[in-house]
Design a binder for this molecule. Sequence first.
Ligand SMILES: NC(=O)c1ccc[n+]([C@@H]2O[C@H](COP(=O)([O-])OP(=O)(O)OC[C@H]3O[C@@H](n4cnc5c(N)ncnc54)[C@H](OP(=O)(O)O)[C@@H]3O)[C@@H](O)[C@H]2O)c1
Length: 289
Amino acid sequence: MKRVLVAGATGYLGRYVVKELKRQGFHIKALVRSPQKLNRAGEFSDPVIGRDVDEVVEGDITKPDTLKHVCDDVDYVFSSVGITRKSNGLTFNDVDYKGNLNLLKEAEYSDVAKFMYIHVYANDDWKDPGPLIEAKNRFVKVLRTSNVDHIIIRPTGYFSDLTQFMKMARKGRVYLIGNGRASMNPIHGEDLAQFCVKSLSEVNSTLDVGGPETLTYRQIAQTAFDVLGEEEHITHIPAGLISSVSMVMKVISRHNYGILRFFINVMTHDVTAPMYGKHKVREIFHHIS
Ligand SMILES: NC(=O)c1ccc[n+]([C@@H]2O[C@H](COP(=O)([O-])OP(=O)(O)OC[C@H]3O[C@@H](n4cnc5c(N)ncnc54)[C@H](OP(=O)(O)O)[C@@H]3O)[C@@H](O)[C@H]2O)c1
């Protein structure tokens, strides 16, 4: 039985990965900051996984002392650790880059066979990718030169982020950056987890993946109103205006700038990757309506 260390197990994707690893008979060691979170559902109704993990280790990837020997008895490391919402004073560089680097050093020290890392799908033509993508790129650059085999997964947007469209629609108006004509194929955590676990057989690969349907942001907003049975009210905020706001933000809060820059990029460029999975946006909106 292969043993997998799951870092990020209490997050949206990590919970589904634990479920899928369990289903496929892996031994799961979860590296978490708060073990009690394993026995609660996630923020987006993602599953409770307390009974699925075989071992729990308390640790923080930004604190190397808490990671010592964490990889000693594992075959694979999976990391979906990154800042997605609150930063608690830490930067993307602290967590997405340096934190994952601390974990990689442990993986190298313990001669782990493979390190699977969750990156983000980004087009190379984004003029200013922003600190989030830059931190992840920095880590991936090091991972690719490591003596541990790497599998880098670059997903499009998650369904968890799309819940914002339902929240806005419920309040009566959806705000879109730009003309809403950029498209993407978002992916559900369950589908992405299946893709990740099946991809553990890969060696030194980078894999792009998205969900089974491609929609424009305007279509996603319209689906939210349609599911709620409400008349649609969509406001387009000019991308140039938000870009100017982001430059002011850069001075005030680099973290918020990073988040804003990311959303400007994804909402003004097509973000479509090879399709995988079965979950569709309308079905999930119905589920949370
Ligand atoms: N959301 C998207 O649309 C999207 C798209 C493509 C790629 N991604 C990337 O996919 C990855 C996973 O996303 P997600 O939505 O599953 O994120 P998430 O729900 O925010 O989960 C992040 C996980 O990382 C853990 N974590 C954060 N800082 C940590 C630290 N210092 N030490 C140990 N664990 C730490 C969190 O633990 P706690 O529970 O203790 O906070 C949580 O388990 C992220 O790297 C994200 O950038 C996201």
